[in-house]
Design a protein around this ligand. Sequence first.
Ligand code: A3P
Length: 272
Amino acid sequence: FALNDSSPSAHPNGTLQQLPAVIIIGVRKGGTRALIEMLSLHSAVAAAQNEVHFFDWESHFQRGLPWYLSQMPFSLPEQTTVEKTPAYFTSAKVPERVWRMNPDVKLLLILRDPTERVLSDYTQVYYNRLQKHKRLQPIESVLLKDGEINLDYRALNRSLYHLHMENWLRYFPLDSIHVVDGDQLIRDPLPEMKQVERFLELEPQINASNFYFNKTKGFYCLRDHGRERCLHDSKGRAHPLVDPSILQKLFRYFHEPNRKFFELVGRTFNWS
Ligand code: A3P
């Protein structure tokens, strides 16, 4: 598709739809909703409400950039549009497609402890199936096969961060990808958000008064122009208790992939 098909589409009140200059590419269950909501506290940011799935879903991608543009919020010309689709990070065809749209796009990747991410992934599928009145096998029988880690379990692959990062680094330099520490964002969002502001070269705006800890939810919630709100109930759910011996197997399984990821990004994370 041609880029000039996607020139910003104008609206009478001076707002327009713009292609994203910033994309939150993942990871699924890393804290992507929290990140885009927190970024939206900044007046220069216009965030797409829904996950767009443009670069990973064939039926969307075939519609071309004009369709992608039509999914974006109306914003002022000086604002930056951001979208988040967590499945982008783990989809091998996506990096090249994003690069073809804009090789200078800035990418945000929020990661958390790979074992915790697997448990969060399982929990999400568990609730989705519950809603459809379907059952899901207990976590132990999903994680293990013949007493060893079940390598067929898809959620494990999504936590092999180095594999996916290698695909992105084929197209984008490391300094185009900022990794947000999702575990830290849960514990103390402000320092992580300050780093994001710096990476995006936004005027510093997000501050301590934008966050307050909600004891009932057990997470930080947002305060925006005096209006307080927490993330949806589906964010911050309890994870299943897993037998410590199985957790140990998971920690061991992720040890080498984690080391490779740290080497790729030149930074370490406090993962078990
Ligand atoms: P859990 O529900 O498993 O705890 P995503 O938005 O990418 O699906 O990520 C969901 C995760 O965001 C949640 O996983 C939760 O741990 C994390 N999170 C980070 N900050 C949060 C916040 N302030 N409120 C709720 N969840 C938050």
